[in-house]
Structure formats: structure tokens, C-alpha cells
Design a protein around this ligand. Structure first.
Ligand code: UDP
Length: 312
């Protein structure tokens, strides 16, 4: 296949480039580098089946030649970055989805949307199955990301139903691993960075809020299986092992022998989801997928990468 990946220089996008190249496909990565980085794809420079185009996907996209798949992974994705880039976040979810759908239609290519567990908002159903409609505040600080992705899902289903485009939607839960931006403010880079500097880990609120962490290789494997499937409706990909943020902080401190301990800081925002865990029954049934990398193992690999990156 010849595949366009928007957000191809991002954390998940760059791992997806690697996987598709390893499977023998050709990849065109597109990114405007506002949150992505060429460092993530530097190792692919000169690869004969890889090309990079620096472009904002909310502008008209021209790609010469055929395309078999368009995978839309471009978006600021950490709460810090979408709070700093609220308009760009709304635009890439709305206009960027429209542009990439138009491109897929013109090329008669398969379309793949990276959606998010944030479509469930601060959920009132636990764990979250795909059938849950969510609990999102459209005008809260997270609304710019959540509503953009909800709009994107609607748009993809409209192209599927109205134009008969061959589409896929993945709902990605918290994912971590090498190439996360050190300063993106998310819990994994924050905690690992603090631990490697022997500082206390900053737990927001009482730390009783939960998340379920997926190692990036597991996530990419689920994405690839979904791409090859025939499923048009959204599919959760995430690790169902749920931890409180306090448990997670203790785990990071143990794995790094951090003497710094923990400090509690004010809760981040009013709509920080209190609980999050994917129901992955559908992915298991449909794709034969489930996570393979336990959180301790994934964290060890991530810590190793951060150590090299930080030179410690
Ligand atoms: N969090 C924290 N300390 C940090 C960064 C994040 O306690 O230094 C908490 C945050 O309040 C949230 C959870 O960790 O409850 C996950 O935050 P993240 O930004 O990684 O992603 P989210 O799942 O909220 O999009």
C-alpha cells in the first residue's frame, strides 16, 4: 500500500510510519511540526519507501500519484498543547478531517481516523464501551479537543454513509513510550522526567483519578489490525489495566529508585476525567487484539529512552 499519515512526525504517527514501512508499505508522512518533531523520523531519512512533507493539513492537500490509505493522526494531543493551541486543535479535527477525507475520496483510498477516549469525556459509564455516547462539556477547557474529535467521527461516518468511503475509526486511550515530547505536560513525561532528575513527582489533586496506560507498540499493532479489518464503526484500543495516578507515581518512583517522593498539587482542571478504562471486548473479538506489554515493562523501556534523551 501507499499510505499518507498525517501527524507522521508525532509520537504515535512516527511509530506508525515505522510499522507500515516494516510491513513493506510506502509511507508519506505529513506534519506541520507544531507539536511533532523531525527528530521522531530522522532515522527514516533516505529510506526509499519514505517521504516527508511539511504541511498544515487544514490547507488543501495535493499528493501526486495513487494512495491506498489516508491515516489522519495529526492533532495536538496532550492537554497542555491543546490548551495552548485551541484554535489549531479545533481546525485540525474539523477542517483537517474534511481535507483528508476529500483526498481519500479523490484517490479512492481507505480512510483511518485517530479518535480518542476523550470522546467519552468525564465518563459516567465504567469501563467505557464503544456504545457509550460520552459526557463532554463543549465549552470546558478540554472541549476544543473532545468536540473536534467528536465532529471528526461524525464527518467520517457521513463520508462512509453518503459517499461510501471505506473508513475506520480508532478510539485511542492513554498511550506512552519512546518519543513522547519531554515537555508535553502529560503524566508519563512529567513523572519520568521528574524521577530521573530525582525530584518529587507532581500528583494533581488527590491522585485518586485513574488512567489505563497502553504501550505504543501495542497501540500501533491494534491500529494496524483495524486498518486491515472491515470494521467501520469506532473501536477502542487501550490497555484495560487501570491504575490511580497515585499508584502510577509510586510505580515510577520504584522503577527509577527516585528518592524525591511525591508532592500533591492543585487538580488540573475542572473536567479532568476522574476515571478511564477501555472496554476492549470488541477489539478482542474483531481483531484478536489485546495488549502484550505489561505497564512495568513498557515503563522500563520508556525510562531507558528518556535517560538517553536527557543524557542521565
Ligand atoms: N497528572 C498528574 N501530574 C502530572 C501530569 C498529569 O497528576 O504531572 C494527572 C492528570 O491530572 C490526569 C492524569 O495524570 O488526571 C493523566 O494526565 P495526562 O495529561 O497524561 O492525560 P489525560 O489522560 O488527562 O489526557
Amino acid at each position: 500500500m501507499r499510505v499518507l499519515i498525517t501527524g507522521g512526525a508525532g509520537f504515535i504517527g512516527s511509530h506508525l510510519c515505522d510499522r507500515l514501512l516494516a510491513e513493506g508499505h510506502s509511507v508519506i508522512a505529513m506534519d506541520n511540526l507544531i507539536t511533532g518533531s523531525v527528530d521522531n523520523i530522522a532515522h527514516l531519512a533516505g529510506h526509499e519507501r519514505f517521504r516527508f512533507i511539511k504541511q498544515d493539513v487544514t490547507e488543501y492537500i495535493f499528493i501526486e500519484g495513487p494512495l491506498d490509505a489516508v491515516m489522519h493522526f495529526a492533532s495536538p494531543a496532550s492537554p497542555r498543547s491543546y490548551l495552548e493551541l485551541p484554535i489549531q486543535t479545533l481546525k485540525v479535527g474539523a477542517l483537517g478531517t474534511h481535507k483528508t477525507l476529500g483526498l481519500a475520496r479523490a484517490k479512492q483510498a481507505r480512510y483511518f481516523l485517530a479518535s480518542t477516549s476523550e470522546v467519552y469525556g468525564d465518563p459516567q459509564v465504567h469501563p467505557q464501551p464503544e456504545s457509550y455516547w460520552g459526557h463532554v462539556n463543549p465549552i470546558g477547557p478540554r472541549g476544543v479537543y473532545d468536540e473536534a474529535k467528536r465532529f471528526a467521527e461524525s464527518m467520517v461516518m457521513a463520508y462512509h454513509r453518503f459517499h461510501h468511503l471505506d473508513t475506520r475509526i480508532v478510539r485511542i486511550f492513554n498511550t506512552y513510550g519512546p518519543r513522547m515530547a519531554l515537555d508535553d505536560g502529560r503524566v508519563v513525561p512529567n513523572f519520568v522526567g521528574q524521577a530521573l532528575r530525582h525530584q518529587p513527582l507532581t500528583v494533581y489533586g488527590d491522585g485518586q483519578q485513574t488512567r489505563s496506560f497502553t504501550y505504543v507498540d501495542d497501540l500501533v499493532d491494534g491500529v494496524y489490525r483495524l486498518l486491515l479489518s472491515e470494521e467501520h464503526e469506532p473501536t477502542n484500543i487501550g490497555n484495560p489495566v487501570e491504575l490511580t495516578i497515585l499508584q502510577f507515581a509510586n510505580l515510577v518512583n520504584t522503577l527509577t529508585d527516585n528518592p524525591g517522593g511525591i508532592v500533591f498539587e492543585d487538580a488540573r482542571t475542572a473536567d479532568d476525567p476522574q476515571i478511564r478504562r477501555p472496554d476492549i471486548g470488541k477489539a478482542r473479538r474483531l481483531l484478536g487484539w489485546e495488549p502484550q506489554v505489561p505497564v512495568e515493562e513498557g515503563l522500563r523501556r520508556t525510562i531507558g529512552w528518556f535517560q538517553k534523551r536527557m543524557g542521565v
